[in-house]
Design a protein around this ligand. Structure first.
Ligand SMILES: [Zn+2]
Length: 208
């Protein structure tokens, strides 16, 4: 077996575990969400369109180039593959990208406009490069858009100006985050989902 095949199999097994875990947590309901891992400088493995993540298997993935086109005959990439591809092109250290549709990310991204500001949370240390709660992470919120090329361009322009951003929200839709490895990207999803829940509860308790 050649090295690329071995990398694909290893990444597929990791993404299957992520899919089952995220589904159990309620973060990818009803076939939503998509996950990818960079295989080499030209391609990624990514979940196919419409596959239930609680039942994810290696057959539910395809290889795509970093422009977002399928390299696997007979398998259709999700429209959001363009967002993964743009992210890999913009952030060279990103080797895994996860997109989730949790209740808290969906609600919070509808309630706020522009951005979510996270500060003074111990869990912020889950993000690479952060070593104290005394920090602020700004999470941009982009309007939802069925035109993925346009949405990818808006995200790309933001990341060009804010290269240290660990993730972004799409209003009424969900979260995108990434990491240097599948494990790190998974940790970022867990941290964000914890923080989104904290923010919803904090705002609810603070309102009369
Ligand atoms: Zn989505």
């Amino acid at each position: 077996m050649d090295e690329k095949n071995a990398l694909c199999q290893q990444a597929a097994a990791q993404l299957v575990r992520v899919g089952h875990f995220f589904f159990e947590r309620g973060w990818v309901p009803a076939t939503s969400g998509n996950f990818s891992a960079r295989i080499d400088s030209n391609c990624m493995i990514i979940t196919v369109s419409g596959w239930h993540k609680g039942q994810l298997s290696p057959e539910g993935m395809l290889l795509a180039d970093l422009e977002g086109s399928s390299l696997t005959t007979g398998k259709r990439p999700s429209a959001e593959t363009l967002l993964h591809a743009a992210l890999y092109r913009r952030v060279p250290e990103a080797n895994a990208v996860f997109h989730t549709h949790s209740v808290y990310s969906t609600v919070l991204s509808r309630m706020l406009s522009g951005e979510l500001i996270l500060s003074d949370y111990e869990v912020l240390k889950a993000f690479s490069g952060i070593e104290t709660h005394e920090t602020t992470v700004r999470v941009p919120i982009f309007p939802n858009d069925q035109n993925m090329g346009r949405l990818a361009a808006a995200v790309d322009a933001y990341l060009a100006q804010n290269p240290d951003s660990p993730g972004y929200l799409i209003a009424g839709h969900g979260l995108y985050t990434w990491g240097r490895s599948v494990e790190e990207a998974c940790r970022h999803v867990e941290a964000f989902e914890f923080l989104f829940e904290c923010e919803v509860l904090r705002r609810r308790l603070a309102s009369p």
